[in-house]
Design a protein around this ligand. Structure first.
Ligand SMILES: Nc1nc2c(ncn2[C@@H]2O[C@H](COP(=O)(O)OP(=O)(O)O)[C@@H](O)[C@H]2O)c(=O)[nH]1
Ligand SMILES: [Mg+2]
Ligand SMILES: [Zn+2]
Length: 387
């Protein structure tokens, strides 16, 4: 499974020895006659004493692990005695890693991995699959597997991975109280698609409206191949289906506040006992948004991602040019527009507008796409979900 290969890596400067000793002055004062020898012996080299590159052997681990493997079930220690586990949470220099037996191990990170990581603030992120050595409560991370996807944030020119390897996003909207906002669901679907994360659309509080009123919208998403669940925490509708969809997966639960996210999580995994009806502190606009992600394993055999920024999709960047590609129903049509950079608004021979006129594309989806492409901004702030 693991293919080993050699890799040349740059080391940070602090890894190389100083070219000359730091105590020259003192030595010259103590023995002025030796000064001539010292000068002759000094070697000047742009590289320092050693090359600042080093060859390391890394193991390429298949990134497409099966569901069982993702859960770390039945994984035996490797030849070097290391275990495979998932990082639940990163706290300063320590990472809390989930051992295959379900216990948690506080791990430090092997120095070489820290050295390799010059791009990122921290080499390990919540959601990373790692190999670690150690028993009981303490361990050390030896290797980090390649990430399948990641949600990132840029800060001072550095990419900061908030959470990696999220399998899917449960996008929750409510039929009423607060009113259904299809535009917001579209926006969250685009953010998920752009990050390579499978969207699941959940229309909650189905008990508050006649079910038939939800069918047209559910149909639009279902026709594109998305999983759509009509649910009600009040009547239990759709809860089994959700449990099935979330089993064995890492799921980010997102949506406007008040739609019933906490209620759904409690219905799926009562042991979580999340406060319901509570306006979470991170909903206050203008407040600093916590970006530390936490993976919460639950009893139905999966993991929820808890990160205020992720919950509100505030940190999910949308690039305007990527918007039409994330609209599954619009994407095949866009290829047939006369202009390759067609914005599907004012251009002639626009296949998208023709499809809307012919009733082949939902008008609301077209409007939603144009609106998102126009409003998407690089810093991701536009994606706030609370209106
Ligand atoms: N009628 C009805 N009310 C619900 C349902 N789900 C949640 N609620 C209520 O909606 C309010 C907000 O729920 P909460 O889970 O805190 O929403 P969150 O902000 O998305 O986490 C609470 O008063 C819940 O009791 C549902 O399916 N039907
Ligand atoms: Mg909540
Ligand atoms: Zn067009």
């Amino acid at each position: 499974m693991a293919h080993r290969r050699k890799l040349r890596v740059h080391l940070r400067k602090n890894r190389s020895a100083r070219t000359r000793g730091g105590d020259l002055t003192r030595r010259v004062i103590a023995d002025p006659e030796a000064a001539a020898d010292l000068a002759a012996a000094e070697r000047l080299s742009g590289k320092g004493e050693l090359s600042r590159k080093r060859t390391v052997v890394v193991a390429d681990v298949q990134a497409t692990a099966g569901a069982g493997q993702r859960d770390g079930l039945g994984v035996e220690p490797a030849a070097d005695g290391s275990m495979r586990g998932q990082v639940l949470h990163v706290q300063g220099l320590e990472s809390v890693v989930r051992h295959p037996d379900g216990s948690t191990v506080r791990c430090t990170t092997r120095r070489l991995l820290r050295t390799l990581s010059t791009e990122q603030r921290h080499p390990v992120a919540a959601g990373d699959w790692v190999r670690f050595l150690g028993s009981g409560r303490d361990g050390a991370i030896q290797a980090i597997e390649p990430r399948r996807n990641s949600l990132c944030r840029s800060s001072r020119g550095r990419r900061h991975v908030i959470v990696a390897n999220v399998d899917q996003a449960l996008i929750v909207g409510s039929a009423a109280c607060p009113n259904l906002k299809p535009g917001l669901i579209d926006r969250l679907v685009v953010a998920a698609e752009a990050s390579g994360i499978r969207p699941i659309i959940c229309l909650n509080k189905a008990d508050l409206v006649p079910p038939a009123t939800l069918v047209p919208l559910a149909g639009v998403y279902a026709r594109m191949g998305y999983a759509v669940v009509l649910s009600s925490v009040a009547t239990g509708l759709g809860i089994d289906r959700l449990r099935h969809e979330l089993r064995g997966r890492v799921t980010a639960v997102v949506g406007q506040s008040g739609v019933g996210k906490s209620s759904i999580l409690n219905a799926l995994a009562p042991e979580l006992a999340l406060p319901v009806g509570a306006v979470s502190r991170d909903n206050d606009k203008g407040r600093h948004t916590t970006t530390t992600a936490r993976l919460i394993p639950h009893a139905c055999g999966g993991t929820f991602v808890d990160t205020p920024g992720v919950r509100q999709f505030q940190l999910w960047e949308i690039v305007p040019a990527e918007v039409p590609a994330a609209f599954r129903d619009l994407r095949p049509l866009a290829n047939r527009c006369r202009f390759p950079d067609c914005t599907h608004t004012h251009e002639a021979d626009c296949a998208v507008k023709h499809a809307v006129a012919d009733g082949l594309l939902d008008t609301r989806r077209w409007e939603s796409c144009c609106h998102l492409a126009a409003s998407a901004s690089g810093d991701g702030r536009e994606t706030e979900t609370d209106d």
